[in-house]
Design a protein. Structure first.
Length: 137
């Protein structure tokens, strides 16, 4: 694998993790939402990644591609609030299915993955610079 492919692979992973961080931020912003734009309780969103070949044919390098953003299949949280106008006959309000703790874990994971890929790019850059220095001696 060429060192230039390292930049492509790391940058694709950084783009994917950036989208994941934005999705987590959206989920956390809606953790206490009872109604989303479609009139239903907000459903947590999850980013779906897919490994994709990078570089020339025959090389084994794999990048990351986002194939979509899907809604969580978890049921809404039911909160007892009989005075709420959105409450059902038993007094329960369907709230967002976002789990704040899970989203914080996702945020830390995405952030660390992004940082790791920055370090990969910096290391590859240093290797290329040292290779050039060898040629100048």
């Amino acid at each position: 694998m060429s060192l230039f492919n390292v930049f492509q692979v790391a940058s694709s992973a950084m783009s994917a993790q950036s989208l994941r961080l934005n999705t987590v931020a959206s989920n956390l912003a809606n953790v206490d939402s009872a109604v989303s734009a479609n009139g239903q309780p907000y459903r947590a969103k999850e980013v779906v990644f897919h490994a994709t070949p990078m570089g020339n044919a025959g090389e084994a390098s794999q990048g990351v591609r986002v194939t979509g953003i899907v809604e969580s299949a978890a049921p809404p949280r039911m909160t007892y609030d009989p005075g709420n106008p959105l409450a059902d006959e038993q007094g329960y309000v369907a709230m967002s299915n976002v789990d704040a703790v899970e989203e914080m874990v996702n945020m830390i994971s995405a952030s660390r993955s992004y940082q790791t890929n920055v370090e990969v790019m910096n290391t590859a850059k240093q290797m290329l610079l040292r290779t050039l220095q060898i040629g100048n001696q």
